[in-house]
Design a protein around this ligand. Sequence first.
Ligand code: HEM
Length: 340
Amino acid sequence: MHYSDYLKLDTILTAQFPESDAQQLPAHDEMLFIVIHQAYELWFKQLLHEVGSVNEIMQKPALNDNSPELQTVVHRLSRCGTILKLLVHQIDIMETMTPMDFLDFRDMLRPASGFQSVQFKLLEAKLGLKYEQRYGQEYYISQLRTAEIDKVKEGERQISLLQLVNDWLERMPFFDARENWEGFIALRMEEGVPVYWTTYRDCYRKSLADVESAQAEAFDKVFFTDDASRQLSAKAARAALFIMLYRGYPILQLPFQLLNNLLEIDEQLSTWRYRHMNMVHRVIGARIGTGGSTGKDYLKSALDKHYIFKEIAQLTSFLIERRKLPELSGVMERKLGFHP
Ligand code: HEM
């Protein structure tokens, strides 16, 4: 096997065709513009590969938390976070192109725009951005070809990582009455939830300052009420909070890393959106985008609205100090350790 055959370099390295060359109006920076976008698309492909494989593992009817599978999920999600950091940094290179350099060829590529990146929209969908939560629903696919729209719509129909995480959290065994964990506080029920949570709610309420009293109601909404407009069920939200509270116990370390990786992905994606938006402002000011959107205004709204794992991030509002946590029974402590 030869290096260039294996990597299909003949195909990749002969895929840069500056429009300015074709029109014989030389614009030096168009090559950079093309290479950067192609590099992004390659990394989007890798991200889809990673997230796709994670979703496949998480879809198994019984993902075994004690098997290497969960470790694989955590590892691949962590890789996604690292790739996204690189994608944020690539904006530095794009910003070496000045607004005047861009104007040399900008009109030649109209109406092409990153807005037409099918892989980007698929990535958002695979992670869990639902159509209902999208900003600009009326035109986010307006610039795509019919086959591309079908692809995006198919991606939106498939079960997303966020839904799979919700299902996995719901399966967390520690509060499952079917397990016969004698003496464990959670087995008694109160107000339809294990008594642990009514105890925790009391501790949480005591921790609130007067001006924060509305949080008590928010707590009940998130952890005691199922609401179709939310992405996490009350049961899943309780499990995620439990993982955050007791992440020091061996059994909860991987689950905690999984949740943390989701927050890292969201943070990096939004950092990318923010940097991209500022770069756009610097390069085109208040002009509309080549894709026909309002440009910076569209990007700002997408930035604000498109946090995918925000319901997980919001759970930190409901944490309390370690020393004030309800005491766990000995049985429970043993369950959370490595020894049975
Ligand atoms: C000079 C450089 C760039 C400019 C001026 C620019 C401009 C814009 C504008 C104005 C939009 C809004 C849609 C529209 O009306 O076109 C947009 C969207 C987008 N651009 Fe860029 N862009 C640049 C570089 C890049 C690069 C390097 C990428 C990497 C793939 C990229 C990916 C995207 C994506 C994915 C969207 C859709 C974002 C969303 O829907 O939230 N852009 N861009």
